[in-house]
Design a protein around this ligand. Structure first.
Ligand SMILES: *Cc1c(COP(=O)(O)O)cnc(C)c1O
Length: 366
C-alpha cells in the first residue's frame, strides 16, 4: 500500500483535449487554446482579466514587474510560505520584508504588518497558505492607509473564498500555480489575475518581450520576458477546469473526514476554514505538539506506506533570507506541521487507513 501526498485528477478528458490541440496545429502560445483557458479561468473566479504564464513563480514575477515593484522597494510578506513567493520579489530587485503569521489561520498576521512598514514599502504580498484565505479586510485597511499595493499569492488556494469573493480577485493582482500537485494542473503553469485594465495590458506587454505597440515588430521598449503558456498546457487546463468543482468537493470531503477522525487527539491542532471565508485545504495539514513528535509520526506513517510532508521552512531560516529570530509563530508551526495525503482521488478506505494509522501512533505513544 502506497499513498502519495498528492495525485492529480487526470483522465481521458485531458487526453482528448490535448490531442485536439495537437491536431489543430496551434501548439505554441498563439491560437484559441490559451485565450479560451484564460477566459474560462477569469469567468470561474469572477475577475476581469486572466493572463496565463509558465508557472506560479513566473506569474508572481510578472505581477510584481507589472505593478512597478523595482530595485530598492520593499514588499511585506509572511515568513511562512513557499520560497517562490520571496524569490519573485528578489527577481525584481526588491526586498522581502517578513512578518509573522497567525497561529490559527497560518496566513500573515495583520496586527504585525504596520511595524514593518518603512518609506520603501510599496506592496504587501498576501499568501493564502495551504488554501486558507487570509484576513483581507484588515490587510486592505492597512494597504489603503499607507497607499500600498496588494499581491495575492493564491498558488495554493484556487477556489478559496474571503467573504464570498474568490481569493486572487481582491488585491491589485492575484497569482496562481498549476504545478502537478496544485488544485488544478497543467503540468507546469500559472496565471495572473486582475480587475485593472492597465495592469492587465502591462502584464501582456511584459510577457511578450516588451514589444511596443504601434512600433516596428522587433522594437522592444524595455527588458521584457517570455513566460507565455503553451497551447498544450492550456488545452490540459481546459480539461481540468471541467473538474474543478468535483476536485474541490472531493477535497472538502477529505478534510471533513480528517477532522472528524482526528479532532479527539489532544496532541494535535487542526486547521479549519476561518469565520471569514472558505478554505480549499490544498494540503490538509495537522500540527503536532513538537518537532520530535511530528518527525516520529512522519516516519511511522512512511513505514505504513503513507507519504507526508513537513510544513515549509520559515523564510528567515533559509540562507537567502536569513534573519536571527522574531517569528515565533511561524517557527512553531513549521516545527509541528505535517501535511497529510490530500489528493482529490483519495478513497474513503484510504482515508480510513491513514487516520487509523495516526490514531494507532498516538495510542502507542500514550
Ligand atoms: C507552488 C507555489 C508557488 C510557485 O508555483 P510554481 O508553479 O511551482 O512555480 C508560489 N507560491 C506558493 C505559495 C506555492 O505554493
Amino acid at each position: 500500500m502506497k499513498i502519495p501526498i498528492y495525485q492529480p485528477y487526470i483522465d481521458s478528458e485531458e487526453l482528448k483535449t490535448v490531442a485536439e490541440c495537437i491536431k489543430s496545429g496551434w501548439i505554441s502560445s498563439q491560437g484559441p487554446y490559451v485565450k479560451k483557458f484564460a477566459e474560462e479561468f477569469a469567468n470561474y473566479l469572477g475577475v476581469k482579466y486572466a493572463i496565463p504564464a509558465t508557472s506560479g513563480t513566473t506569474a508572481l514575477h510578472l505581477a510584481l514587474a507589472a505593478i512597478g515593484i523595482k530595485s530598492g522597494d520593499e514588499v511585506i510578506m509572511p515568513d511562512l510560505t513557499f520560497v517562490a513567493s520571496a524569490n519573485s520579489v528578489s527577481y525584481v530587485g526588491a526586498k522581502p520584508v517578513l512578518v509573522d503569521v497567525d497561529q490559527k489561520n497560518l496566513t500573515i498576521d495583520p496586527l504585525k504588518i504596520e511595524e514593518k512598514i518603512t518609506e520603501k514599502t510599496k506592496a504587501i504580498m498576501v499568501v493564502h497558505l495551504y488554501g486558507q484565505p487570509a484576513q483581507m479586510d484588515k490587510i486592505i485597511k492597512i494597504a489603503n492607509k499607507y497607499k500600498l499595493k496588494i499581491i495575492e499569492d493564491a498558488a495554493e488556494a484556487l477556489g478559496a473564498e474571503f467573504k464570498g469573493a474568490k481569493v486572487g480577485t481582491i488585491g491589485e493582482v492575484g497569482c496562481f500555480s498549476f504545478y502537478g500537485n496544485k488544485i488544478i494542473t497543467t503540468g507546469e503553469g500559472g496565471m495572473v489575475t486582475t480587475n485593472d485594465k492597465k495592469i492587465a495590458e502591462n502584464i501582456i506587454f511584459l510577457n511578450n518581450h516588451a514589444r511596443a505597440n504601434g512600433k516596428s515588430y522587433y522594437f522592444h521598449s524595455e527588458v521584457g520576458f517570455n513566460y507565455r503558456m503553451t497551447a498544450l498546457q492550456a488545452a490540459f487546463g481546459l480539461a481540468q477546469m471541467k473538474k474543478i468543482k468535483k476536485i474541490l468537493e472531493k477535497k472538502a470531503v477529505g478534510a471533513r473526514f480528517y477532522k472528524n477522525k482526528l479532532q479527539k487527539l489532544s496532541d494535535l491542532t487542526l486547521v479549519d476554514s476561518p469565520s471569514w471565508g472558505k478554505s480549499v485545504f490544498w494540503l490538509y495539514t495537522i500540527f503536532c505538539k513538537n518537532e520530535k513528535q511530528r518527525n516520529d509520526l512522519s516516519v511511522y506513517l512512511a513505514r505504513a506506506g503513507i507519504e507526508t510532508r513537513p510544513v515549509f521552512y520559515p523564510l528567515h531560516l533559509l540562507p537567502p533570507y536569513k534573519e536571527k529570530a522574531g517569528y515565533p509563530v511561524s517557527e512553531n508551526l513549521a516545527q509541528g506541521g505535517l501535511s497529510l495525503p490530500s489528493s482529490p482521488l483519495l478513497t474513503i478506505s484510504e482515508l480510513n487507513y491513514i487516520t487509523d494509522k495516526i490514531l494507532a501512533f498516538f495510542k502507542k505513544n500514550d
